[in-house]
Design a protein around this ligand. Structure first.
Ligand code: SF4
Length: 325
């Protein structure tokens, strides 16, 4: 089956309905045995040093994988750097299919974009809705994993992050992914609840550093809410695909996101929030709005390269947890 690269969550139902395999390039990049080498390859090709490492990693991931010759480019609602990323990949012979989330969440405009994507893949509404029904069954399992995280303390922060983030492309194999989720649910339900005294929320783009969750748990704090990752699971009970992608907060403005964040913080009884901001990302600016609006302690963390936590960040995390106690 042909593969199509994606750089963020898109209506993946369309891709599966067409018999294509979606590949979330972020997951391929960050799980590479040497993601920093991918960043450096992009710099050698001419990407600037002062640019978000995710973009550079995605570029090199596509250049290395000859099976990914088509990409869906989210031209609105993701990242302005994606535009130049797509242009450089188009130069390298990759076919680009554009998709835009309308800034004002207009239903008709979003429906038009979804139908244009359906045309590009040659599928109709019946096929897409059937794919949605199949994927929703898997999403429900991941919702349960999230519930076990915050309501019963049975899932750790990393697993909560991992299974939810994989819902962008269902690991390119929904059946195999569903089995992995079943196994994770079984393991969680037979385990003992976590005893961490502090409950944290994680908001912002997913982290480029891989030991954050473990580090926090070693120090008695557990992430029980991963904002963006949870959004990737489409946690909305609706049979309307257009409405589903209207309720999905990530591509829209910060104020729409904040409504969801405030609601989940309240529901999950959270003590403090980590706002992760990627170096050179425009979303860093939104930190000032988040700080103004959220009424609980916030630590803003900045990550740059794919790596482990550095000494300075560890000290800042320690001081934050101490303050929360
Ligand atoms: S972290 Fe920010 S700059 Fe980097 S790809 Fe994501 S949105 Fe774009």
């Amino acid at each position: 089956m042909p593969k199509v690269g994606i750089t963020t969550t898109i209506p993946v139902e369309i891709v599966y309905a067409a018999g294509w395999v979606p590949v979330d390039l972020n997951n391929i990049f960050i799980t590479d045995e040497n993601p920093q080498a991918l960043v450096e390859e992009a710099e050698i090709a001419g990407y600037p040093r002062n640019l978000c490492a995710w973009i550079k990693g995605l570029y090199s991931t596509v250049r290395r994988d000859e099976n990914i010759r088509t990409l869906i480019a989210v031209t609105q609602g993701d990242c302005s750097n994606t535009h130049a990323l797509m242009e450089t990949l188009e130069l390298a012979g990759v076919k680009i299919i554009p998709f835009a989330f309308p800034f004002d969440r207009d239903y008709d405009l979003l429906k038009l974009q979804i139908e244009k994507l359906m045309d590009a893949f040659g599928v109709d509404w019946q096929q897409v809705n059937e794919a949605k029904a199949r994927l929703d069954l898997i999403r429900r399992k991941v919702w349960e994993l999230d519930r076990l995280t915050w309501e019963e303390n049975l899932v750790n922060g990393w697993d909560n992050h991992l299974y939810q983030i994989c819902c962008s492309d269902f690991d390119s194999d929904p059946k195999a992914f569903a089995k992995k989720v079943d196994a994770a649910l079984k393991k969680a339900k037979s385990g003992s609840p976590g005893k961490e005294e502090l409950r944290l929320g994680y908001i912002g783009v997913p982290p480029i550093i891989d030991d954050l969750y473990d580090y926090l748990e070693e120090r008695g704090a557990r992430v029980v809410y991963n904002e963006t990752q949870r959004q990737f699971t489409m946690p909305f009970n609706t049979g309307d695909l257009v409405e589903q992608y209207r309720r999905y907060t990530y591509p829209y403005g910060i104020f729409f996101r904040l409504k969801d964040i405030e609601q989940e913080i309240e529901k999950r009884n959270i003590d403090g929030v980590i706002h992760y901001a990627q170096s050179f990302c425009y979303r860093q600016i939104e930190d000032l709005i988040i700080r103004e609006r959220l009424k609980l302690p916030i630590l803003t963390l900045e990550g740059d390269k794919p790596n482990r936590l550095d000494a300075r960040t560890r000290m800042r995390l320690d001081a934050f947890l101490e303050m929360l106690r």
